[in-house]
Design a protein around this ligand. Structure first.
Ligand code: ADP
Ligand code: X2W
Length: 266
């Protein structure tokens, strides 16, 4: 099978008009597809209303027990079900999941090293067989950023990581393209200027831009996950504005394309 794995970030989801526009494009995407959504911005806002201040380290959320409740409500509840309903309206047979549903994504609580991330899960296993059954039935799986450890605990997992792990697992048997859709034109030299796009990036350029703090916060997990997916067999990774999804799917020039090898650009 040819499968598109599309990740949509919280900044787009938080804007109802932009979300609707993106879902309409996603609905037009041909072939088998899986959607993974974040919602970090909204979890931070709802948490703050409850007096819980967000704590992020390199784009990843420190998740204590109260925060885990908030992210479960916001990601697996509100956002996931709204997206599923909107996709159903667009005649996509969407089904919403956390990793616990059908044991689709099992993770393990991240071990404490320098930082204690709390209830954050590192993905250990994706059930590709069940995923294939769903895709064969033309179901469009929609994943939130919640996984489980099969010991009764839900865990918060970065949505970019979920997209990359699903892509990697499916790439063992299938041809997989991974799209990270968000609110910027791609990797930028000046994050406030969409014209400063880096059209191709490899790990050497990434290391340099990260060292110079040109790439920071949420862009770090995105690129770490993009390179990891490519190294593990994903054919193609694209990163760019949600509204350019269809252009990207047709191979038209847009966004940042991630290159697999350090020597790709030389
Ligand atoms: N070099 C860069 N180019 C573009 N965006 C960057 C860069 N470095 C940091 N960022 C920030 O990363 C953000 C994207 O990460 P994140 O907020 O996690 O996205 P998402 O919407 O997918 O959740 C951008 O909105 C931008 O603020
Ligand atoms: C562990 C961890 O960082 N989890 C993320 C999951 C949501 C997410 O990734 O949302 P965006 O894609 O909108 O950033 C978080 O709670 O922010």
């Amino acid at each position: 099978m040819k499968i598109s794995i599309v990740k949509i970030g919280g900044n787009v989801i938080d804007d109802p008009a932009k979300l609707q526009e993106f879902l309409m494009l996603f609905a037009r995407l041909e072939g088998k597809k899986i959607l993974v959504h974040g919602g970090g911005v909204m979890a931070s806002k709802f948490g703050q209303q409850l007096g819980i201040e967000p704590k992020m380290v390199d784009g990843r959320r420190i998740t204590d027990e109260a925060t885990l409740d908030v992210v479960t409500m916001v990601y697996a509840g509100m956002i996931n079900k709204k997206i599923v309903a909107k996709l159903q309206q667009l005649e996509q047979n969407a089904m919403g999941f956390t990793g616990a549903d059908g044991n689709l994504i099992r993770s393990a609580k991240r071990p404490v090293k320098d930082i204690d991330y709390g209830f954050v899960g590192d993905v250990k296993e994706v059930d590709t067989e069940l995923m294939e059954v769903l895709l064969e039935k033309d179901v469009v799986p929609v994943f939130s950023a919640i996984t489980h450890d099969r010991k009764g605990n839900l865990l918060n997992t970065n949505a970019d990581t979920i997209a990359s792990e699903i892509a990697t697992a499916m790439a063992v048997k299938h041809t997989v393209r991974l799209y990270f859709c968000f609110n910027k034109a791609g990797v930028l030299i000046d994050e406030h200027n969409d014209d400063s796009l880096v059209p191709k990036i490899n790990e050497d350029i990434y290391d340099e831009l990260k060292r110079d703090n040109v790439i920071h916060s949420g862009m770090i997990p995105k690129l770490d996950n993009a390179f990891s997916a490519l190294h593990k067999g994903v054919s193609n990774v694209w990163l760019g504005k949600a509204e350019n999804l269809i252009l990207a799917s047709k191979g038209k020039k847009s966004g940042t394309n991630i290159e697999r090898h350090r020597y790709d650009l030389y």
